[in-house]
Design a protein around this ligand. Sequence first.
Ligand code: ZN
Length: 290
Amino acid sequence: MKQNYCLFTKTALAPSLQGCYFTACFVLILSLGIGCNFTTVGNVGNTIIKELGDVNIFTDAEELRFGREYVAQHEQKVRIHRDPVVTNYVNDLGQSLVRHSKRPNITYTFKVVETKGINAYAIPGGFIYVHLDLIRAAKNESELAAVLGHEIGHIVGQHSMKRLTQVYSIEIIKQLILDEDASKFKKLVADVLAAGLLFRYSRDHERESDFYGVQNVYDASIAPEGAAGFFETLSATRRTAPSAVGKFLSTHPMPNERVLNVRNQISKLPPKSGLRTDSSRFQRIKQRIR
Ligand SMILES: [Zn+2]
C-alpha cells in the first residue's frame, strides 16, 4: 500500500501503520456489522472522491475529548506564537472559512506556532495549527486561506479519527476515550503523538481535503486559485530553501496529481464576482512577522 502524507507533514510512517481509506470502511463493517454507504461528494479529474456516507464513527464529544488531550500534550512540545495581532488575524480568517465549511457546528481553534519550516496541521476536535514560516511563505491571503481550508477539510472528514480506527480498531479507541482510567487514555494519546499517527493521511483523504478546501474557500468568497498558487509556492521554496519545506518535499516529488485535481476543480466552479485574492491586513501581518 502506498505511503502518503498530509500536504505539510514531514515524517514517515512505519509500514504496519499505513492504510488506505477503504480499509477504514472495512474495519467499520467488521466492527459495527453494518455496510458502508459510499456517497460521491465530488469528481476531481478522473478520480471519484467518496466518503463514508452516514456512518458516524465518533460523537463530537468523543472526538473533542481526544483532541483536547492531544492538544495538551502537543503544546508542551511546541512554542505557540502569542502576538495577538497575528493570532487574531489567523483566527478571523479561519473562522470566516469555518462558517462556509461542511462541519460548522463544532468550535474551531486556530493557533500559530513558531516551529521552523512550512507546515500546518489539524488535530481532531477542530484544532488547527499554522507555522509562522508558512504565513511568511504564502504570497497572498488566498494561499493561506487554501491551506486553512485544506486543514478544515481534514476535520470535516474526521480523517485522523478514521486513521486511529484503522490502527487501533474502533472498540479500543472508544473504550479508552470513555474509560474511567484517565492514565490509560493519556498513554494512548502519548503513543499516537509519538508515532505522529494523526497526520499520516491516505491519498484519498488528501484528495478529499483538497476538494473540501477549494470549495470552502470559494464559498467564503476567496479566490480558490490560492490552492494551486500555494503548491507553486512550495515548489519555488523547494528550489530556493529546500530545508524550509522539510522532509516531505525533499523525499517526495511534488504532488502533480493534486495540482491537476485542484486546477480541474477550480475550472468547473461557476463564475463568481468579488472573489478576494489578497487583503491589506494579510500584507501587514507579513510585514510584522518578516
Ligand atoms: Zn492534508
